[in-house]
Design a protein around this ligand. Structure first.
Ligand SMILES: Cc1ncc(COP(=O)(O)O)c(C=O)c1O
Length: 390
């Protein structure tokens, strides 16, 4: 058993996974070291093609990280300062960051409470003549009502850029997430479902012309060496990371299976507890459990009360040796960097604000086993009972 289950519990057990795949990974890394083509080595193309084929993703262009992937997407689509981009307020800041950096205007939308997905019903009201794109975020490992969102985008001729940093390998109605919009983006940050040994990311598109633009922009806007047809970035996946990812890719389905097994063990232990809501599954989406995120409390509690008890639960859990994380404690419209950006003063996003007080993500990774999950669940229940009784 690779997991050091009974001494220190990890939020994500990267050591255990590395130990299990060590012979393959070390060999792939050594090969790059021997060949010394650290930038644009042959492993890059091999990995891009393998991923494109696996997900039926058309063209895959690798890049430096998942944040750059979003930037490349907006640049390749030709979005200009002042163009409006609709995005959820309950997501990681990277989604909004690039929009703001490019001078685009973020247009905030609340999420729905079950799948934490941008609320399609609320999108309609936010569309103006300046709206150019919608950025759905497939949060924690699955998507929401993506079909309805795609319908709205089509009706209003808006680009869709899917932020699929957290749900690589998940499918909606049997089609891979990240392959619905004009462009899909992902991250290979080490703790992601397909993680490398540093930073990495990629964009997906079915359109050859967009793929060409994306590739150019990621490499200083060059069409051929020293001919710069566009303003670009230096955002390349390096060869070592591509070798790691190419080695891990054939294991992705097994990783997903392991995560789903862990989720089912958690469900069995936690589902009866009146103060714990286990993750709600979307029957139209598969789930890859990037996170196992529960919601605590009950509807009559105020947000402040809920936040205090959730935070106490987290502290008690940590004291019992179990790490947990709050993804995300502050929705984007309340973050200092964004709070004055294109928001009517009193506009509220009640679902996101409630979720920021109630969510708690538990240890989740590819190396979990049933005993470990049971142990975490028992300690969690003890912590919840104590926190909510006080
Ligand atoms: C939803 C989402 N979008 C974008 C990113 C950015 O990816 P990266 O850290 O590779 O830049 C992340 C990473 O955590 C993410 O979770």
């Amino acid at each position: 058993m690779s997991q050091n289950a009974f001494d220190s519990i990890a939020m994500v057990d990267l050591k255990g996974q590395y130990q299990r795949l060590k012979p393959e990974l070390d060999k792939a890394i050594q090969q790059v070291l021997n060949e010394t083509q650290f930038i644009k080595g042959p492993q890059i193309k091999l990995f891009e093609n393998a991923l494109a084929q696996k997900l039926n993703a058309g063209y895959v262009v690798s890049c430096g990280n998942g944040t750059d992937a979003l930037q490349l997407a907006f640049m390749a689509l030709g979005l200009k300062p002042g163009d409006e981009v609709i995005l959820p307020v309950f997501t990681y800041a990277a989604t909004a960051e690039v929009i703001a950096l490019l001078g685009l205007t973020p247009v905030w939308v609340d999420v729905e409470p079950d799948y934490f997905f941008i609320d399609s019903k609320a999108i309609q009201a936010k569309i103006t003549s300046k709206t150019k794109a919608i950025v759905p975020v497939h949060l924690f490992g699955q998507t929401g009502n993506l079909g309805e969102l795609m319908g709205i985008a089509k009706k209003h001729r808006l680009f869709v850029v899917e932020d699929n940093a957290q749900s690589l390998g998940a499918y909606y109605q049997s089609k891979a997430l990240g392959t619905f919009g004009e462009i899909g983006t992902t991250s290979f940050f080490p703790s992601k479902n397909l993680g490398c040994f540093g930073d990495g990311g990629a964009v997906f598109t079915q359109q050859e012309q967009l793929a060409t633009s994306l590739r150019m922009i990621a490499n200083h806007g060059q069409s051929i060496q020293y001919k710069h047809d566009k303003i670009g970035l230096n955002s390349r996946l390096d060869t070592l990371q591509a070798a790691v990812l190419q080695t891990k890719l054939p294991h992705l389905d097994q990783f997903t299976l392991n995560r789903n097994k862990a989720a089912a063990w958690y469900d069995a232990e936690l589902q009866e507890h009146p103060l714990i809501r286990i993750p709600v599954r979307n029957p139209e989406s598969t789930h890859v459990f990037h996170q196992y995120t529960i919601c605590l409390g009950h509807p009559t509690m105020s947000n402040d009360e809920l936040r205090a008890k959730r935070d106490l639960t987290k502290t008690l859990l940590a004291e019992s040796g179990v790490p947990s994380m709050v993804y995300y404690p502050i929705p984007l419209h309340l973050q200092n960097a964004y709070r004055n950006m294109n928001k009517e003063n009193d506009e509220q996003f009640p679902v996101a604000e409630r979720l920021s007080c109630s969510v708690l993500s538990l240890p989740m990774h590819t190396e979990m086993n049933e005993d470990l999950v049971k142990k975490i669940a028992r300690r969690l229940i003890r912590a919840v009972n104590q926190a909510f009784a006080s």
